[in-house]
Design a protein around this ligand. Structure first.
Ligand code: NAD
Length: 314
């Protein structure tokens, strides 16, 4: 049974992963090589926990207890040497991940299960320098951002791990309230990101063609398909609507929809102009510096409300 956890990298994902485990009582070693990041990360986690307390998902007394369960490390070996489960969330660079997994293989006890939060790299490549025995205990465990709130965890079951290892990890994720998705093939993007990219491709194409204003396209998604998606999956929706109807509409619409194999030209143009979204003050919408924090908080609160509502239908 997994009890002791290490998370590697305290960036966007790593800090949230550590926070999620600590919220459910796990002792977490958080390894981060950047000193500046180590200095601020606990304050960032504390701010996120305060919002959870305001929204009554945790009590304010729990905040310090959760923070105390996360111990920061600057030495990899120290962070992982007695752990049952280690997940890395370092930058998406194959050579870096390969190097880290080789070291983990050396530093961790034999029973330790190793995981990567990669969004796009192949598991086979990541564990290239890992010993044969350890390969039976390595998985992709893919989280969504913000990790402490988004309920999904995609877990690989590609043939290198047996059912017992998979179950152990699945139990771990269930114990922290995640909805697990068993992914059977090592395809880039796994399941959720591929679905998201398919939707995004059409959304970017619609805005590029000038079919509707940004607010209206987002509204169409939020109050149309996505309104259903929060409670009902696409395959359920297809069954409810009738597969014959989905066949006819698919034949009519798919031939006129975007089928491009790379990022949308409008998106690329915006990136070229430095319009990167919230972080640069303009993307598809414009943002004042003064409102950025408020927008981020509002987004977080909406996710929390969604999470609370989801308790009724999970
Ligand atoms: N950002 C997302 O939305 C998202 C979602 C799912 C998965 N992922 C995946 O998670 C991983 C991390 O992404 P992120 O967005 O958190 O990146 P990030 O850049 O925000 O964080 C990476 C952290 O790792 C640290 N780091 C770099 N080299 C290190 C090393 N050798 N040892 C320890 N720490 C090191 C960095 O200082 C940084 O704090 C990537 O594989 C990414 O593809 C990201």
């Amino acid at each position: 049974m997994i009890k002791k956890i290490a998370v590697l990298g305290a960036g966007t994902m790593g800090h949230g992963i550590a926070e999620a485990f600590a919220m459910y009582g796990y002792e977490v070693n958080l390894y981060e090589e950047d000193k500046n990041r180590r200095n601020v990360v606990k304050y960032e986690i504390e701010d996120e926990l305060k919002i959870l307390a305001e929204e009554e998902l945790i009590t304010s007394e729990e905040i310090q207890l959760i923070l105390d369960r996360i111990v920061l490390y600057s030495e990899l070996e120290e962070a992982v040497k007695d752990r049952d489960y280690v997940i890395e969330a370092v930058p998406e660079i194959i050579e870096l991940k390969q190097k880290i997994f080789k070291m983990l293989d050396e530093f961790c006890p034999k029973h330790t299960i190793l995981a990567t939060n990669t969004s796009s790299l192949k598991l086979d490549e990541i564990m290239k320098h890992v010993s044969k025995d350890r390969k039976k205990r390595v998985m992709i465990n893919h989280w969504y951002n913000p990790a402490h709130l988004m309920p999904i965890a995609e877990l690989s079951f590609f043939g290198n791990v047996d059912e017992a290892v998979y179950k152990e990890v699945e139990e771990l994720y269930k114990s922290i309230g995640k909805q697990t998705v068993k992914v059977l093939k090592d395809v880039p993007g796994l399941v959720a990101n591929r679905i998201q990219q398919a939707v995004a491709r059409e959304v970017f194409s619609l805005i590029e063609m000038g079919v509707a204003a940004p607010e209206d396209i987002d509204k169409a998604l939020k109050f149309g398909p996505a309104f259903r998606y929060a409670t009902t999956g696409q395959l359920e929706i297809a069954d409810f609507g009738g597969l014959d109807i989905w066949c006819i509409v698919g034949d009519n619409l798919l031939k006129v929809m975007d089928n491009s194999k790379c990022a949308n030209p409008l998106l690329r143009q915006k990136v070229k102009e430095g319009k990167l979204g919230l972080k640069s003050g303009e993307g598809f919408y414009k943002y004042n510096d003064s409102e950025v924090n408020e927008i981020k908080k509002k987004y977080t609160r909406k996710l929390i409300h969604q999470l609370k509502a989801s308790k009724f239908y999970i």
